[in-house]
Design a protein around this ligand. Structure first.
Ligand code: BGC
Length: 754
């Protein structure tokens, strides 16, 4: 047997108790006589199926269901299993969808649906052991989604992947990754929404909204502060509460407000000494009490540790059970309830939350069904997303290629056959299978998968009059010779990143050498990056243009080609800062590096809420590319900046004009800062908007600054608080742009939790 995902996740094969998961058929004592009235009347002992009455509210129905269930059925709903049919999975439920992430049996006696769970935020994933892999449309990676700064587009993408989840028989999509980028080497940065709480929260919230429009549940994750993969189940994140509330937690809070996810997944790591999935502060106090979250908390796969602490501290559903008896709920929870370590009311609350959510989101009344998928239509959705989020980082007149480049040398990155995708549980196998088989780890989280969408082929069809040659890049001399003979050389450079591993910021496989060699041969060199996060660019001064295409999804080839050719005017802007050197980072080395394999360790987030661009500004570092940066083939001018305070809300008005000759999209970024200081860093992003403008067109925009971005978190009041005083409002093109500024006075404002 290959090393399985279960082993990679570190699940034990310890000693076993016999578990029976089949729902008992004995009727509960409370479920005796039928009562079809839509009004909940506890005295009247409604029929066991009274909960199915659609005229009742989700709360009422969930209550009836809980009352109709026996203890075994309740325990069934809070215990989730690995969905894969593999020899290491003891349970191997035949009702689980083939090779899926998770399965929770239903309660057939009461007609309550099973839960079929699939990853993730870029599409319907398949566990690697799945031959043949389910082929599904792949959206661009989350970080590219955030680079669009375009929430309606993210929502459209969510709708698309959610519909594929539905048609593939899944009613829970483990999607909505919103961990902030604190460490650029985190192998999962590609799944997330970048480094800023407002941008990440808004974009991920929009994706979640789209997914759930399909009457399925989405799961915002990984709650919380799971910002590195190295030792992810052993690392203890140490952070000050007030700082967490205005950074990582604010990203989750905003995503939850915008997306209303049915579920939140707690993470593997510890936070301030306590595992996230048994962390009373995170789950009971912050999420459920302060934010009023009415959905349910599920563990990341196998992140449950202690029955009593998990139950009492806010966990509602354990997941990923693969070995007999290796669970924390099921029988163990029954025992803990009998011993009065956990109240029966807590189990009822877990079940009520799960049932209410599935009813409210429509997963119960509109059961998922296997059905056809319109791959052609979905290809357009993913291509549009990629075209909107690819970021033009540098351009010294080489792009767009247009008609002037007659001879083009395309080199490297497997651009002849495909585009790179991110690995791990989020791995989607796009239509056409893996274009470059045999790469990456043999066992999970491998293999490395390239989507069969060739930038080279797409470029040839975009520019039929040009002569476009191909070199793999394996032979430096051949690559340089091809570059020398061309008008323009385009080097594709890739860096595979994945769940469960962290990465160096240096491009692998000597690609820096390849780029430098090509640039020496032809100063008209364009670099196209396909990376999961920021990378260092020692060759930057030698090349003419750089495009960051991230992992651009199953139509990445045409999307990249159309940006290069000029058919699409790039409008992506960075949702993260690219460091110039590792020394600029709060941690030049990933915490835990070099420690023994099983060591527990701390990571101290001494930077507090000064994440990303805020850190660079505080330290006066000049990054390689700042947060918010992104070039266009047209030019924009912003003018008439004004600000008003209206009912306590800060509103910023300005005019944006397309001053160039091409239609394009401008991303307006409003940053705020207290003139007297007192924040973790000089400035924060407070509002943004993306607008499409024809040449010469102008638009007046009014944006409301998110008040929590004007606040600090006041631990005594347990609320966000805007300190009275003078604030600077800056309208900028990136976090480093001087922009235009004005000052405005704000009164004190306390913003209580909803
Ligand atoms: C990942 C989650 C994922 C789960 C199920 C875990 O390894 O951290 O993001 O949803 O597996 O596949």
């Amino acid at each position: 047997m290959q090393i399985s995902r279960a082993l990679a996740l570190g699940f034990g094969f310890g000693f076993l108790q016999v578990a029976c998961v089949a729902p008992s058929s004995s009727a509960p004592s409370s479920a005796q006589s039928a009562n079809s009235a839509p009004v909940v009347d506890k005295q009247a002992s409604p029929s066991p199926t009274a909960w199915q009455d659609k005229r009742l509210s989700a709360d009422q129905r969930a209550e009836l269901l809980v009352n109709a269930m026996n203890q075994r059925e309740k325990l069934t709903l809070v215990t989730g299993y690995f969905g894969v049919q593999q020899d290491w999975n003891h349970y191997n439920f035949k009702e689980a969808r083939p090779q899926s992430a998770g399965f929770v049996p239903g309660v057939s006696r009461l007609g309550f649906t099973p839960q079929w769970q699939t990853d993730a935020g870029s599409g319907v994933a398949t566990q690697r052991e799945a031959p043949p892999a389910l082929e599904r449309t792949l959206l661009p990676s989350g970080i590219l989604g955030a680079s669009t700064w375009n929430p309606p587009l993210a929502e459209l993408g969510g709708k698309m992947i959610g519909s594929e989840a539905r048609s593939s028989g899944f009613n829970v999509m483990l999607a909505g990754g919103v961990n902030l980028m604190r460490d650029p080497g985190n192998g999962r940065n590609f799944e997330y929404g970048g480094e800023d709480p407002l941008l990440a929260g808004t974009m991920v919230g929009a994706l979640v909204r789209g997914i759930q429009a399909n009457h399925i549940v989405a799961t915002v994750k990984h709650f919380a502060l799971n910002n590195q993969e190295l030792g992810r189940d052993r690392v203890n994140v140490v952070i000050d509460e007030a700082a967490a509330r205005i950074s990582d937690l604010l990203a989750f809070q905003i995503a939850i407000e915008h997306g209303d996810p049915g579920s939140v997944m707690c993470s593997y790591n510890l936070v301030n000494g306590v595992y996230a999935c048994q962390n009373d502060w995170l789950l009971n106090q912050v999420l459920k009490r302060d934010w009023g979250f009415k959905g349910y908390v599920m563990t990341d796969w196998g992140a449950q540790h202690d029955t009593v602490l998990n139950a009492n501290h806010g966990l509602d559903q354990e997941t990923g059970v693969a070995q007999l008896g290796n669970y924390v709920f099921l029988d163990k929870l029954a025992g803990a309830i009998e011993r009065k370590q956990v109240a029966q009311a807590r189990l009822d609350d877990m079940v009520r939350r799960i049932a209410r959510t599935l009813i409210e989101k429509g997963a119960v009344d509109e059961p998922v069904q296997l059905g056809p998928i319109d791959f052609a239509a979905h290809a357009q959705v993913t291509q549009a997303a990629a075209e909107d989020g690819i970021v033009l980082l540098k351009n010294q007149g080489l792009l767009p290629l247009g008609a002037k480049a007659k001879r083009i040398a395309v080199i490297g990155g497997h651009a002849d056959v495909g585009v790179l995708t991110g690995g791990g549980s989020a791995q989607v196998y796009p239509p056409g299978g893996n274009a470059v088989p045999g790469l990456g780890p043999k066992d999970w989280p491998g293999p490395t998968v390239y989507a069969a969408s060739s930038p080279l082929a797409a470029l040839r069809s975009e520019l039929p009059k040009a002569t476009i040659t191909w070199q793999s890049g394996a032979d430096l001399e051949a690559a340089s010779a091809a570059a020398q003979e061309a008008d323009v050389a385009i080097v594709f450079a890739t860096q595979w990143t994945t769940e469960s591993l962290d990465f160096s910021l240096t491009l692998p496989d000597e690609q820096d050498r390849l780029i430098a060699a090509v640039a020496r041969a032809n100063k008209h060199t364009v670099v196209v990056l396909e990376t999961g996060g920021p990378v260092l660019m020692p060759w930057l001064d030698q090349v003419g243009s750089v495009l960051e295409a991230w992992y651009p999804g199953s139509r990445g080839g045409p999307a990249i080609a159309r940006v290069l050719s000029g058919a699409v005017n790039p409008s992506g802007h960075l949702p993260v800062t690219f460091p110039r050197t590792l020394e600029q980072l709060p941690r030049a080395k990933t915490a835990g590096e070099g420690l023994p394999k099983d060591a527990h360790f701390d990571v101290h987030y001494d930077e507090g809420a000064a994440v990303g661009y805020r850190w660079y500004a505080k330290k006066g570092h000049d990054p390689l590319f700042p947060f918010g940066h992104g070039l266009s083939y047209t030019t924009f001018a912003q003018s008439k900046l004004a600000a008003t305070v209206d009912g306590g809300e800060l509103k910023v008005t300005f005019t944006v004009r397309n001053t160039g000759k091409r239609a394009g999209q401008s991303v307006a970024q409003v940053y705020v800062s207290p003139v007297a200081g007192g924040w973790e860093a000089p400035e924060r992003l407070g509002a943004f908007a993306k607008v499409q403008l024809a040449p010469g067109e102008s638009r007046v925009l009014t944006l409301t600054v998110e008040p929590r971005l004007l606040s600090n978190y006041d631990l005594e009041r347990k609320a966000f608080r805007i300190a009275p005083g003078v604030y600077r409002v800056s309208l900028k093109n990136s976090a480093r742009d001087p922009g235009q500024k004005l000052n405005v006075s704000l009164a004190e404002r306390v913003i209580p939790h909803k």
